[in-house]
Design a protein around this ligand. Structure first.
Ligand code: TMP
Length: 202
């Protein structure tokens, strides 16, 4: 059991997770929380190097299994070095992406075994599960237009439709943890939906 509150933000590329994470952080700090904002992949110095391997468009030979394991390795280091110590110190952690991203992108998106991804990640994180997961939902065709084209973002719109459907399926399966928020509208409109969604928890 950890003392702090663990909030994750999920969504397809370009949906505005960083903006919303920073707005939520500012709001919670005003309410007196000590907040750590972090992200995956690359939330630690070692993870930054793993992120480069994962996103470099030149790494065309990277196998799907290697991809899953590199995300899990990044996550293991991030939980060990950053997330768990902050939670144990009683901080609120706002993390962009966590295990649900691996399930959505590598599981639902690439069609790889969901149970294997769950098992590897359960081991990598020591079974850490977010208290609240905010899923920012948008049509990938619109949000992708706002991204740079790294190795993952070069995938097709059909791929992203599967990723989105995966997030929605997970949200439906775990309604007590997930909050599905429409990412349509201005940053302020989305931010107020996010605040409403976490209201009962903070
Ligand atoms: P970012 O753009 O949110 O920093 O994430 C980088 C890319 O990595 C993005 O396309 C989503 C992808 N990703 C996965 O495919 N699986 C994962 O487990 C994570 C954390 C990210």
């Amino acid at each position: 059991m950890h003392k702090g509150l663990f909030i994750t933000l999920e969504g397809v590329d370009g949906v505005g997770k960083t903006t919303q994470a920073l707005l939520l952080k500012a709001h919670l700090e005003q309410k007196g929380h000590e907040v750590l904002h972090t992200f995956e992949p690359g939330g630690t110095p070692l993870g930054g190097r793993i992120r480069e391997l994962l996103l470099d468009p030149q790494n065309k030979e990277l196998s799907s299994m290697t991809e899953i394991l590199l995300y899990a390795a990044d996550r293991a280091q991030h939980v060990h070095e950053t997330v768990r110590p902050a939670l144990e110190a009683g901080k609120t952690v706002i993390c962009e992406r966590f295990v649900d991203s691996s399930l959505a992108y590598q599981g639902y998106g690439l069609g790889l075994e969901l149970d294997a991804i769950r098992t590897v990640n359960h081991w990598a994180t020591g079974g850490l599960v977010p208290d609240v997961t905010i899923y920012l939902d948008a049509d990938p065709a619109e949000s992708l237009a706002r991204t740079h084209r790294d190795r993952i973002a070069q995938r097709t719109l059909e791929y992203y439709a599967r990723v989105r459907a995966g997030f929605l399926a997970m949200a439906q399966a775990e309604p007590q943890r997930f909050r599905v928020i429409s990412a349509e509208g201005t940053q302020e409109e989305v931010a107020s939906r996010v605040l409403e969604a976490v209201e009962g928890e903070v």
